[in-house]
Write a protein that binds this ligand. Structure first.
Ligand SMILES: O=C(CO)[C@H](O)[C@H](O)COP(=O)(O)O
Ligand SMILES: [Fe+2]
Length: 234
């Protein structure tokens, strides 16, 4: 099965804010600057009021030579038909919002059957209750810290409580499940998200909007040092 790196903090730049006219080069540049995985936001102008990328672009990045894991965030409804297409296009992890699938259990199973890791995404107002019933099927839990649909929005602090709750549920399960946070993450709030339990950090505008990607990624990593987050190096 294709997986995300197993341990440590992961920085996941979202290509939503990349230079789309030079996407391959820009992705290479952000990986050279120290990014771990690439976050790929798929929006359908139906579930969210914006329209972005499909499987063809995912395949194009792989064909261009991007080896880093692709972390596909589906903001589409319905979701199932796109799962095999993104798997064939080279996705490592495919995440979806439970309310976009009539049968989230079946969709998670389908993602695994296609050879990818599976993630479930929770909006600021979506209950984590879904998670209790499918904990043994998820490899990643993604907590939205903005409402989905656009890059460049402000981090919603309400996400911190949700991260704490999700972290407790994950720890209680005893499974290795990544806890990702997505939306408005910057060097000045990444530490709060890590202290609330996140281990995987999506950042679009904060990284691709900067002149020097390495400078921003280094600043984020500095905030994630165990001595800064005062925990034993999750
Ligand atoms: O899923 C998303 C929006 O729906 C994006 O991943 C997210 O917003 C990243 O962009 P930024 O860091 O600029 O907020
Ligand atoms: Fe996203």
């Amino acid at each position: 099965m294709r997986t995300l790196p197993g341990s440590g903090h992961l920085i996941a730049p979202s290509i939503l804010s990349a230079d789309l006219a030079r996407l391959g080069e820009d992705v290479d540049k952000v990986l050279d600057a120290g990014a771990d995985i690439i976050h790929f936001d798929v929006m359908d102008n139906h579930y969210v009021p914006n329209l972005t990328f499909g499987p063809a672009l995912c395949r194009a990045l792989k064909d261009y030579g991007v080896c880093a894991p692709l972390d596909v965030h589906l903001m589409v409804e319905p979701v199932d038909a796109l799962v095999p297409q993104f798997a064939e296009a080279g996705a490592s992890c495919i995440s979806f919002h439970p309310e976009t699938s009539r049968h989230p259990h079946r969709t998670l199973q389908m993602i695994h059957d296609c050879g990818c890791s599976a993630g479930l995404v929770f909006n600021p107002a979506t209950t984590l209750d879904y998670l209790r019933h499918v904990m043994d099927q998820v490899d990643l839990v993604l907590i939205m810290s903005v409402n989905p649909g656009f890059g460049g929005q402000r981090f919603l602090p309400v996400a911190l409580d949700k991260l704490r709750t999700a972290r407790a549920m994950i720890d209680e399960s005893g499974r290795h499940i990544r806890l990702e946070v997505d939306g408005g993450i910057k060097a000045d709030n990444i530490r709060a998200a890590a202290m609330a339990g996140a281990d995987t950090f999506v950042a679009g505008s904060a990284i691709f909007g900067a002149q020097d990607y390495r400078h921003v990624i280094d600043a984020m990593r500095a905030e994630l040092l165990p001595s800064r987050i005062n925990c034993s190096g999750r």
